[in-house]
Design a protein around this ligand. Structure first.
Ligand code: NAD
Ligand code: GLY
Length: 372
């Protein structure tokens, strides 16, 4: 089992991320030993409950009762009503300030359960057991929790770091390939922005061989989580540096918005967004052609070609202006200076991004644009 320690000096808080195969029981042992309560609470969804009916129940000693709330699956239930149902569950089942809540699922479950843990009795401990590749390398660590609002994605939330994150790579065997690729976007993103060695590691094998090679996959996940951990340690609340994790997310957000969050997975939008941001970096003269070709080739190999409608300048700028990454003076756009090094380009204008997007569409892009 590999371990990463995340230490947040300002919050005087530290927790570990465990990574490996069949590690859930072992990873919970010391926490359970110190647990003074007789009930543990779990939040999961219908899909995961059906695939893994005994997890984590069979990993918990019998003298601790496991009470489970099974939520419907999907991003559409990631809202305050569902968080309210988690809080109802905790209150109804007599949870108290010392209770621990386990989030067993992908990013949707983790974000909602984490938020419920942040506000129930002003904060109880929660453990992340992320089950998608995206949640293992991204949402399962770093403490961003929350839900969507009708005016914006992830608009309501809180920073609440978990007590522990347990990444069992075995569960990825049941993850649909499309979801795996979407998670891979965030995994390789950490290589592009901060760790060339991670990209080199990933380039050693075709993506479809990753799941069948646990040693290679767990090392890739460890390296990726380590990047996120170091960034979060330096800037937990996104005052500055943490913004580099948004690499690829500006155009990604535009693409998700114009496809109404229906036809593209977040990671697919980020793949195109990273390709665009790398191309933009070359145009700005801050990234070499050679590094761009490496990134572009790698992303192209993932084999996605999302179909989108064309949009006009006003719509593009309107969407960008409402993005959480926009500040009053302009966009905080994330570029690359080389593979493994990102830079925050403050006050980038939406108009200039629109112009760049037009030029980008004339290149060998990963998009298939249909007339509106
Ligand atoms: P998800 O939680 O919806 O999971 C995707 C699908 O895979 C779901 O249908 C789920 O039931 C299914 N699934 C989960 N694990 C499975 C498994 N092992 N086998 C088979 N199917 C499985 O989506 P996601 O991609 O994990 O997370 C996306 C969410 O995460 C979004 O809401 C996004 O806003 C959020 N997010 C949060 C952060 C953060 O820092 N908090 C970062 C990135 C994304
Ligand atoms: N997913 C970006 C972040 O955690 O900051």
């Amino acid at each position: 089992m590999k371990k990463i320690q995340i230490t947040l000096p300002q919050a005087d808080y530290s927790y570990s991320v465990h990574i490996g195969s069949q590690i859930i029981k072992e990873s919970l042992d010391d926490i359970i030993k110190d647990y003074s309560e007789s009930v543990l609470y779990v939040v999961t969804n219908t899909t995961i409950k059906e695939l893994y009916p005994d997890v984590p129940d069979k990993m918990i000693p019998e003298d601790i009762e496991v009470k489970t709330l099974v939520l419907p699956d999907g991003e559409s239930v990631k809202n305050l009503d569902t968080v309210s149902s988690i809080l109802d569950f905790l209150a109804r089942e007599h949870a108290n300030r010392k209770s621990i809540l386990i989030a067993f699922g992908g990013g949707v479950i983790g974000d909602m359960a984490g938020f419920a843990a942040a506000v129930f009795m002003r904060g109880i401990h929660y453990i992340q057991i992320p089950t998608t590749l995206l949640s293992q390398v991204d949402s399962g660590i770093g403490g961003k929790t929350g839900v969507n609002h009708k005016f914006g994605k992830n608009m309501i939330g809180a920073f609440k770091q978990p007590l522990r994150t347990v990444i069992d790579i075995d569960v990825l065997k049941t993850l649909p390939r499309r979801e795996f690729i979407a998670g891979y976007a965030e995994l390789v993103k950490h290589g592009f922005i901060r760790d060339r060695a991670l990209l080199d590691h990933l380039m050693q094998k075709p993506i479809d061989d990753l799941v069948s090679d646990p040693a290679h996959l767990s090392e890739a996940i460890r390296m990726s989580c380590r990047v996120k951990a170091t960034v979060v340690q330096e800037d937990e609340k996104e005052a500055g540096l943490r913004a580099i994790l948004n690499f690829g997310h500006t155009l990604g957000h535009v693409l998700e918005t114009i496809t109404e969050y229906k036809t593209m997975l977040h990671g697919e939008a980020v793949i195109v967004g990273m390709d665009f941001a790398s191309w933009w970096s070359v145009k700005k003269g801050i990234l070499s052609e050679q590094d761009f070709e490496t990134i572009h080739g790698h992303l192209k190999n993932l084999g996605i070609k999302p179909v989108i409608r064309s949009i006009n300048q006003d719509e593009f700028i309107e969407i960008i202006a409402h993005d959480k990454k926009a500040v009053s003076k302009g966009i905080r756009f994330i570029g690359l200076t080389e593979i493994g090094s990102a830079t925050i380009c403050e006050n980038t204008s939406a108009e200039s991004l629109w112009q760049s997007y037009q030029e980008y569409l004339m290149t060998d892009t990963l998009l298939d644009v249909k007339p509106a």
